[in-house]
Design a protein around this ligand. Structure first.
Ligand SMILES: NC(=O)c1ccc[n+]([C@@H]2O[C@H](COP(=O)([O-])OP(=O)(O)OC[C@H]3O[C@@H](n4cnc5c(N)ncnc54)[C@H](OP(=O)(O)O)[C@@H]3O)[C@@H](O)[C@H]2O)c1
Length: 247
């Protein structure tokens, strides 16, 4: 018998990087996993990689109508769930002086408003003793240039973890955050020109106490720990960052 046999899991943003690595880990340990993403082709590739214990659903984390439809789909596929992993997120690099209302709204909507309503709409489906994990970021506690809106969105999310942990406690549902430092997922290559991405990666590697990027699998193990093993932990945020936020 695998560790997570029979567990039913929903992962938003499960088509690449951290979300996909978490889906792979939990499926390898016996879980059934429903992943979401926005892009049809990536959803299909992820579903093929994950196999028969995965369901891939197109759902925009920024759309409340999509979140409602997602809740209906989860209910019809699983009935109740054991873990909701709210992971979908975007980064936009832009100096504070150049920030536009459109980019600010996009980042805050995908990274903070969407997650808030995803938990609200899916919480009724979480079984007693189940868990919510969200992906924040170490930048929510630090001042970095170029990512002020992103950092603010993750700080909002970190605060929500505390409030929602309190409100879901009567149902025995724990709510925690995993807070990644630099993780090799290609997120920088998606959002920056290749030369700037390479320079940024080099600087981040040199600045990290462990002198490396983390691997998505290292976040996945932490998500599994917070979801299923950390039974006396709620409202917390666990950094997985090579010590970058502490040393
Ligand atoms: N990598 C890092 O260094 C790092 C550090 C700190 C925090 N994080 C956080 O970790 C999480 C995962 O990031 P990652 O590095 O694994 O990046 P990634 O590989 O780009 O994965 C992001 C995932 O979110 C999905 N997504 C993005 N916007 C969405 C939307 N509006 N609706 C539905 N799905 C959406 C993407 O699907 P589509 O491709 O279809 O859009 C993809 O599945 C994010 O919340 C990110 O902020 C990452």
């Amino acid at each position: 018998m695998e560790r997570h046999d029979g567990k039913r899991v929903v992962i938003t943003g499960g088509t690449s990087g951290i979300g996909l690595a978490t889906a792979k880990l939990l499926i390898s340990q016996g879980a059934r996993v429903l992943i979401t993403g926005r892009t049809e082709a990536t959803l299909e590739t992820a579903r093929e990689q994950l196999g028969n214990n995965a369901i891939a659903v197109e759902s925009d984390a920024a759309s409340l109508a999509d979140i409602d439809r997602l809740a209906d789909r989860v209910k019809s596929e699983f009935g109740t769930i054991d873990l909701l992993y709210v992971n979908a997120g975007i980064t936009r690099f832009m100096p504070f002086e150049a920030m536009t209302e459109a980019v600010y709204d996009e980042v805050l909507t995908v990274n903070a408003k969407g997650p808030y309503f995803t938990v609200q709409k899916l919480a009724p489906l979480i079984a007693e003793g189940g868990a919510v994990v969200v992906t924040t970021s170490v930048v929510n506690e630090m001042g970095y240039p170029m990512i002020s809106a992103y950092s603010a969105s993750k700080a909002a999310l970190r605060s929500m973890v505390r409030s929602l942990a309190r409100e879901l406690l009567p149902r025995g549902i724990r709510v925690n955050a995993v807070s990644p430092g630099p993780i090799e997922t290609g997120i920088l290559d998606k959002t920056l020109p290749s030369d700037v991405a390479a320079q940024t990666k080099q600087a981040m590697t040199e600045n990290n106490p462990m002198k490396r990027f983390g691997r998505p699998e290292e976040i996945a193990k932490t998500v599994a720990f917070l979801a299923f093993d950390a039974t006396f932990t709620t409202g917390a945020e666990l950094a997985v960052d090579g010590g970058g936020s502490q040393l």
